[in-house]
Design a protein around this ligand. Structure first.
Ligand code: F3S
Length: 279
């Protein structure tokens, strides 16, 4: 069986950068707190917890003076200020692409534009971006969302995207807005890492007999890779750990493509490749 790996695939620049900062802080401070998982990958979180990471749900659970890590998704500015007052030391792992989206949201609302964010309103990145909007804000998952009609009372609107959004979904919302509001200012804040990984898996899907995706089940960008491969007509096996390899799925396939979510650590991909080589 031939195995072709999507290129690029695996850890994106933003998550790699954040985890490296977290590892340095763990080395220096021994114990570092994070509100929510620092990375959408349970195996990597387990590894970091063994080194002193403490994952909490809320800032209230962080002892005063203890260092706090802000993950690549970023947080709202009010929470950051509160964290700085309470913890003194904040290791800010906000991805520069997310930072850009936060700044766009802040600037648009400062200029009086209601802000539309194309994404998942429950996702921490989107909740963080929303924190930068001073006026009206609306989060929509796609152009079918009925709440878009609420924007007809505005003369202008600004639209940006969750960084991991699919381009077609983002552009369809921007297009719908043009039919509703006279002035639409569009900022494409989808990060190139996501697009490159999505394109790579789409190309690979037409070259192989199946696509094997490794990544956390709680990882939105891994789920999108799976969707894209399925939409391209590929048979897809999504696993979180090499132990989940399904031999029945592999049987009879002359070639498979391997893709990993943007939050899958290198060591897990290596383990999977070694496992496949043995097979
Ligand atoms: Fe940043 Fe894009 Fe990764 S926004 S965290 S480089 S998926």
């Amino acid at each position: 069986m031939k195995v072709l790996t999507a290129n690029p695939t695996g850890l994106c620049f933003g998550v790699r950068r954040a985890i490296e900062a977290l590892e340095r802080a763990l080395e220096e401070r021994g114990r570092v707190y994070s509100i929510g998982s620092p990375i959408h990958n349970p195996q990597e979180v387990e590894r970091l917890e063994a080194r002193g990471l403490v994952v909490v749900d809320d800032l209230d659970e962080v002892p005063p003076g203890a260092p706090l890590f802000v993950r690549a998704h970023g947080i709202a500015p009010t929470l950051l200020d509160e964290a700085l007052r309470k913890c003194g030391e904040v290791i800010d792992g906000t991805c520069p692409f997310v930072r850009k989206a936060q700044e766009r949201a802040r600037d648009l609302s400062a200029e009086g534009y209601p802000v539309v964010i194309v994404g998942d309103g429950e996702h921490p990145e989107v909740r963080g971006i929303l924190g930068f909007v001073k006026g009206f804000a609306l989060v929509v998952p796609g152009d079918h969302d009925p709440s878009l009609s609420r924007l007809s009372r505005f003369a202008k609107v600004g639209v940006l995207s969750q960084t991991t959004q699919k381009m077609e979904v983002f552009s369809s919302v921007a297009k719908a807005l043009v039919g509703i509001v006279p002035e639409v200012r569009v900022y494409n804040t989808i990060c190139s890492a996501t697009l490159e990984r999505q394109r790579a898996v789409c190309e690979l899907a037409s070259m192989v007999d199946g696509i094997l995706v490794i990544g956390g089940r709680n990882s939105a960008n891994t789920r999108k890779l799976v969707q894209i491969a399925q939409e391209a007509g590929a048979s897809v096996l999504w696993i979180e750990h090499p132990d989940e390899l399904d031999l029945g799925w592999l049987r009879g396939r002359g070639s498979i493509g391997l893709a990993a979510g943007g939050s899958t650590p290198d060591w897990l991909i290596r383990e999977l490749i070694e496992r496949l080589e043995k097979l």
